[in-house]
Design a protein around this ligand. Structure first.
Ligand code: ADP
Length: 394
């Protein structure tokens, strides 16, 4: 349909504006109670027969929610009132369409809808793009007091907040689905290996000792992997429910490190170097600090398998002790570093031993609960140093 206004309806930033609208994934979405309720509220508050919330893309006005428009969903951009309202960040107020040069000959004024009054408050994203409008329509001319104008703008803000909440909700659901897919995939691998080992042991009960030993080892590895996965899941749900009680005691950090990291030597592939003041005492939850250390060292083994040496360094500062775990592995890309401690984050070049992307998140939560800090420095091709601090005193 031709532009009925005879003015340019396309703002300079229309491409960016449409990109901003697309981010919210709201165009063409189903009707939703929360948006309908805003329109119902608007009609009540302003004693107005028609109210709607619209979003505008390149060529169409999509009516997300409405009262009094009989389920109307789409209007062409060249005709909709919303197309004019989005041209400026202020409220578009047309007190009487018959006296307004842009609207006096508009088909919705002269024909079926017989609109006399229109007020459209722009729906503006936090980064300043006008993606839609919150509108009032009446078949009688009317005016709005200053207070009412503010109220309508406030309703437009509420519509924006609802649009944001809706998106947050969508991405949480998406994250949950992705996580379930990853978790079941990660669990299936050791379960399959375990089943296979048990089957071989069952059918070769009198088989060669070597085969039996290999199968028992495979079963052990699978059970170990499953235990890690289940523990990570359990820790994460306890963290989310804030059910982590720290049981703090004074203990020797050096002793803890040499005891808990013995498994590195057993693996035989890596050497563990421990440097710094081994006699330092800290006041913390011993088991949890051990969990953090073991996790960082295990990560070095998993993600830096060709690094011959893993270095643990203890550095005592005035109020805190800082512990570094360094490997000479592949390192972490600069675009991944900011996300590394986030829940469920796993790099794309995942190692075969990769977990659920929960290990570092759990470490960070434990360190934070102790009032410490956690961080990483890494260079691709050179290696990574993970560090954390724990306050020394009670
Ligand atoms: P997971 O529990 O799955 O092992 P983490 O939260 O411990 O996950 O680690 C998240 C991601 O960080 C891993 O997928 C891995 O890519 C990366 N990462 C962790 N430690 C190292 C390391 N020492 N070297 C290289 N990448 C690492």
């Amino acid at each position: 349909m031709n532009n009925v206004y005879g003015i340019n309806l396309i703002p300079d930033n229309d491409t960016e504006r449409i990109a901003a609208l697309e981010r919210y994934q709201i165009f063409n979405s189903h009707r939703e109670k929360a948006f309908d309720s805003i329109c119902e509220l608007a009609c009540e508050l302003f004693s107005c027969p028609i109210s709607h919330i619209s979003f505008l893309n390149a060529d169409t006005e999509f009516i997300k929610a409405e009262v009094g428009l009989n389920g109307l969903q789409y209007v062409s951009r060249s005709v909709g009132f919303c197309s004019v309202a989005i041209l400026q960040p202020e409220l578009l107020l047309v007190e009487d369409t018959h006296k307004h040069e842009l609207f006096v000959n508009h088909p919705y004024v002269t024909d079926k809808l017989r609109i006399r009054f229109y007020a459209g408050a722009p729906i503006i994203t936090p980064d300043g793009y006008i993606i839609g409008t919150m509108c009032l329509i009446d078949t009688e001319p009317r005016s709005l007091a200053e207070k009412e104008k503010k109220l309508l703008k406030k309703l437009a803000d509420v519509a924006m907040e609802q649009t944001q909440l809706r998106l947050d909700n969508l991405s949480l659901l998406q994250q949950r689905d992705e996580f379930i897919a990853i978790a079941s995939h990660e669990m299936r691998t050791p379960v399959t290996a375990l089943k296979a080992a048990i089957q071989v042991l069952h059918t070769h009960q009198d088989g060669p000792v070597g085969l039996q030993k290999a199968m028992v080892e495979q079963a052990n590895r699978s059970v170990k992997k499953l235990t890690y996965l289940v523990n990570d899941l359990f820790d994460t749900s306890r963290l989310a429910a804030r059910k982590y009680n720290l049981e703090k005691t004074f203990f020797d950090l050096g002793e803890l490190i040499s005891n808990c990291c013995d498994f590195v030597k057993v693996s035989g592939k890596h050497e563990l170097d421990i440097e710094g003041d081994l006699s330092v005492q800290i006041f913390a939850d011993k088991e949890k600090i051990e969990q953090v250390l073991v996790n960082l060292v295990e990560n070095a083994i998993k993600y830096a398998p060709d690094s011959p040496v893993i270095l643990i360094r203890i550095h005592q500062l005035t109020d805190v002790v800082r512990i570094y775990v360094t490997d000479r592995g592949p390192g972490i890309g600069p675009n991944q570093l900011p996300h590394i401690f986030k829940r469920y984050f796993r790099s794309e070049n995942g190692a075969p031993q990769a977990g659920l992307g929960l290990g570092l998140y759990i470490c960070a939560e434990i360190v934070k609960q102790h009032g410490g800090e956690i961080g990483v420095e890494s260079e691709q091709g050179i290696g990574s140093t993970f560090w954390f601090t724990i306050p020394v005193a009670a």
